[in-house]
Design a binder for this molecule. Structure first.
Ligand code: BG6
Length: 479
């Protein structure tokens, strides 16, 4: 019998991470401070992200900062990459910390120690035939650019970013053939701190600065795409968005229309610009209604048109269900992107609604609209894990989650979607982006580190480690 797999031979199975959530090495190699370094750990983090007026200062009396040590990938990358290789990873998604290369962001010369660190990491990956997939900016903007320049609101930042991308493309042109510009670029629409690098003072004042900052990021993205193609042969560069398909709560046309508007604004706006190379028609009315007047200079729109990305990388964790008028009682608890509770779905311990069919829907929606290859660069279940007395970690809940999502991917491929790969999030436990916790774990590999900072940092294989290894070995056949 021919049991042919749905997944193409070249499918990039692997895992995903970000520098700030795992590296540690906070004071080493001349690294400068980035946004993640000043965000405290613990449940307070989410409310800091959602509340106006954050000052980007470290306050050790009040808070702890788990990102500073991370999981010490900075020193343990060899051990970790060997474990990824043992699982059979074809690709490893990671980010370069901008502040290792330009500690303050506005220097003229790149920092050699930082450049050398990523050389070592890429070489180690290539030793095992693992392809690095690199995010250029993953919530890691230099704090100097935030404090002295106002983050992405300031057009000067585009020039600093250009310097940064030229430095890394020149240095790694033979080692990295797959790049992504801004991680979850659309997240700034709900909270600007991590992605756009500023904190608003009042909620109602957010519109103008947010979209001006986006205009600058779109220019920066186009500059990066053009530079990348010029400097690196056979390269692919994508955008990266959060995709959470929006469902109407019911068939009331008011709710259907509202859901459509939310879908276009949150899920499509950024990708429309980065993939199609122009501002979408619907945004003009939105700008008018919110009194947004962009400062666009001569040549900007041409640049955006010329610098379109090759593929769409996206994170998928949950869907979102919308209603035009909603009471607080109906609001979904953990879906940071809003919406109401969906009566058909269960949620994770952090309230993120679990919806594998939503992944198939997302893939189809994205492919219908853009017709470019897609790459799922994040997906997974944040959960509490328990180490048994014999040392085993039986994370069947995680295996169930991943299995259902991988099945949905297979369905989408059969629907005709062109899918490049799947790098599940946090393949090794790391610090959570939204809550700064260690206890919200995603990994196939357990790291002995806890919310209070204790732990030996020892790595242990979870049950899902062996399961995923088998999935990769059978190219998605054996689930
Ligand atoms: C995405 C980010 O939002 O989701 C990651 O790109 C993040 O940085 C991941 O870690 C999971 O979110 P969290 O809040 O559970 O860490």
């Amino acid at each position: 019998t021919t049991n042919e797999t749905k997944f193409p031979k070249s499918f990039l199975w692997g895992g995903a991470t970000a520098a700030n959530q795992m590296e540690g090495g906070f004071y080493e190699g001349n690294k400068g401070l980035n946004i993640a370094d000043v965000l405290p750990g613990g449940k307070e983090r989410l409310s800091i992200l959602q509340t106006p007026g954050f000052n980007f200062e470290i306050d050790r009396e009040k808070y702890s900062y788990p990102n500073h040590e991370g999981i010490d990938f900075y020193h343990r990358y060899k051990e970790d990459i060997a474990l990824f290789a043992e699982m059979g990873f074809k690709a490893f998604r990671m980010s370069i910390a901008w502040t290792r290369i330009f500690p303050n962001g506005d220097e003229l010369e790149a920092n050699e120690e930082g450049l050398a660190f990523y050389d070592r990491v890429f070489d180690e990956l290539h030793k095992y035939g693992i392809e690095p997939v690199v995010t250029i900016s993953h919530y890691e903007m230099p704090v100097t650019l935030v404090k002295e320049y106002g983050g992405w609101r300031n057009r000067k930042v585009v020039t600093f970013f250009e310097r940064y991308v030229n430095a890394i493309f020149n240095r790694y042109k033979d080692k990295v053939k797959n790049w992504m510009t801004f991680n979850e670029i659309n997240s700034g629409l709900v909270m600007p701190i991590m992605g756009l690098g500023f904190s608003i003072q009042k909620e109602e004042d957010k519109f103008q600065p947010t979209f001006q900052a986006y205009h600058h990021q779109f220019l920066a993205s186009a500059i990066a795409v053009k530079a990348c193609k010029k400097l690196i042969p056979d390269v692919k560069i994508g955008c990266m968005i959060i995709f959470a398909p929006v469902y109407s709560f019911d068939s009331n046309p008011e709710n259907v229309m509202y859901s459509l508007q939310e879908e276009r604004l949150f899920n499509n706006f950024c990708a429309d610009v980065q993939v199609r190379g122009e501002y979408p028609a619907f945004i003009k009315r939105y700008f008018k209604e919110h009194k947004i007047e962009l400062e666009i200079q001569e040549g900007d729109l041409e640049l955006i048109k010329e610098g379109t990305v090759d593929y769409i990388g996206f994170s998928y964790y949950m869907s979102r269900t919308e209603k035009k008028v909603k009471s607080e009682l109906e609001a979904s608890q953990g879906n940071i992107i809003g919406g109401v509770k969906n009566p058909f779905l269960k949620a994770s311990d952090w309230g993120w609604e679990i919806d594998p069919i939503g992944l198939r829907i997302s893939l189809n929606k994205l492919y219908d609209r853009y017709q470019v290859p897609l790459f799922i660069v994040e997906n997974g279940l944040g959960a509490y894990d328990k180490v048994e007395e014999d040392g085993s970690i039986n994370d069947d809940y995680r295996i169930d989650y991943l299995r259902e999502h991988i099945k949905a991917m297979g369905e989408a491929i059969e629907d005709g979607v062109e899918l490049m790969g799947y790098t599940s999030w946090g393949c090794i436990d790391l610090v959570s982006a939204s809550s700064g916790e260690m206890s919200k774990r995603y990994g196939y590999i357990y790291v002995d580190k806890h919310d209070d900072g204790s732990g030996t940092l020892e790595r242990k294989k979870k049950k899902s480690f062996f399961w995923y290894k088998d999935v990769i070995a059978t190219n998605g056949e054996d689930l």
